[in-house]
Design a protein around this ligand. Sequence first.
Ligand code: SAM
Length: 260
Amino acid sequence: MVDRLFADAGLAALYDQMCPRGQRADFDFYLPLVMSARSVLDVGCGTGAMLKEARDAGHSGRLCGLDPASGMLAQARKRPDIEWILGDLASTGWDSEYDLVVMTGHAFQVLIEDDELRRSLAAIRSALTDDGRFVFETRNRLSRAWDDWTPENPVEFTDSEGVNVRMTRRVTATVDDRLVSFTHTFISPRWNQPQVSTSTLRFFDAASLSRFLIDAGLFIEEQFGDWDRTPVTAASPEIITIARKDATRPSRIPRNRAGG
Ligand SMILES: C[S@@+](CC[C@H](N)C(=O)[O-])C[C@H]1O[C@@H](n2cnc3c(N)ncnc32)[C@H](O)[C@@H]1O
């Protein structure tokens, strides 16, 4: 089920103000890759901010954003010059169509269960052209970003009409420092009560991530621990991966163990 934060039209409309372009070093990393690829799939594209920036910068090829959250996609669809698809990787059947598949803004971490992750990686591999690349990032499990997700660390911003909004996070459960469940609470004079959304994210270390990629027939071409391209260490905040299709392995979508 998609988080309320992304499905709700009112909360999704706050996303670009909460994560403004000026604070997004990730876009500076991804955009040159997007601009140099003929066809790009952005999985978990959200409001589509990155593909919109690529089109504005003169990208003339295929740009496609995929997201299962109606609130986020409603924001994205304000731009008709990009392809937007409401859904997730399980609902697609692309075969060798994209030079580049990206998952930005830690969207990769919404893939929680092993089966879901394996099926998604297989779908991404299938969507890639033979020399295509899959580029994405996850927060490094070992750096425990969630320790700072407390009400003492609010994010304050103004919405598109200049009204103040305060967002806080609170961790509600962790499993093996791998799955972290938490709430986002939004307070604003706009509403007479706080707006709460619950989320669970999966955190990876480099070794566990590598196993999933290799099993999916993807090999790691480059990996960085932060947006300045420093190497991954235990203390790195991010694990940023550029992966390629391993052409020596056959393409295979794993069957859903639960449903067959
Ligand atoms: C933190 S937002 C990142 C949005 C955008 N990529 C960015 O960089 O701003 C995570 C996005 O992942 C989407 N999402 C949730 N579940 C998903 C799934 N199973 N497959 C793909 N995207 C998903 C959410 O709807 C949300 O838009």
